[in-house]
Design a protein around this ligand. Structure first.
Ligand SMILES: N[C@@H](CC(=O)c1ccccc1NC=O)C(=O)O
Ligand SMILES: [Zn+2]
Ligand SMILES: [Zn+2]
Length: 205
């Protein structure tokens, strides 16, 4: 059984402060066209459950279409770190990361998903080379960023990119137990984009 770990894309889903709000509307109704309802989607690439392409924080970085689909599919481990202030070596000390290439971290820090969080536990840049050494190629979190929300330098985004670790943000892990799963969280084939919404699902292994 697959577990949906995606936020629903609907009116009112929080977006980054000042960023394009999500909207879906029927721009041509079946009555008007005589055949079909036709919808239009407007949104930021960083709304809901989404991945970041390196172009998001590096103008020379890869765009979404250049990201291999293998990064977003396959075995993944969920670890549960409730109440952590930061995701650093100390917080990860007790986690078993052996043989893991995709790591999802459930922090439970985003408690009211109807509004954008005021604070999130940031990933410390120092963990990027440590995770890479463990063989991790994708990190996913249940919060909207890997950096502090007011960060302009985005040190964790850059450190993860230097360690060749891709980023999944805004996963819904509220009811997901720690353990091993199969993950599918594929970005859309957006040629030029800096990020993409994903439908992220897990299946226990
Ligand atoms: N780094 C965040 C997004 C982000 O920082 C952002 C997204 C939209 C509009 C403004 C943003 N940051 C502004 O400082 C992310 O990866 O989703
Ligand atoms: Zn993002
Ligand atoms: Zn990000």
């Amino acid at each position: 059984m697959w577990i949906d770990i995606s936020q629903r894309l609907e009116e009112g889903i929080p977006s980054w402060p000042g960023d394009t709000p999500f909207s879906y509307g029927v721009v041509c109704t079946k009555e008007e066209s005589g055949s079909v309802n036709v919808g239009q989607i407007t949104m930021s690439a960083h709304t809901g459950t989404h991945i970041d392409a390196p172009f998001h924080f590096d103008s020379q970085g890869k765009r979404v279409i250049q990201l291999e689909v293998d990064r977003y599919t396959g075995p993944a481990r969920v670890i549960h770190l409730p109440g952590v202030r930061r995701i650093d070596r100390e917080a990860l000390k007790k986690a078993d990361l052996d043989g893991v290439s995709k790591l999802l971290i459930r922090t439970d820090a985003w408690t009211d998903r109807r509004s954008f969080p005021r604070w999130i536990p940031p990933v410390e840049p120092e963990v990027a080379p440590f995770l890479a050494e463990k063989g991790i190629r994708l990190i996913g979190l249940d919060v909207p960023s890997v950096d502090p929300l007011d960060s302009k330098e985005l040190p964790a985004h850059h450190a993860l990119a230097r360690s060749d670790i891709h980023i999944l943000e805004g996963a819904v892990l509220d009811r997901v137990k720690a353990g091993n799963y199969e993950l599918i969280a594929l970005p859309l084939p957006l040629t030029d984009a800096d990020g993409s919404p994903v439908r992220a699902v897990l299946r226990p292994l």
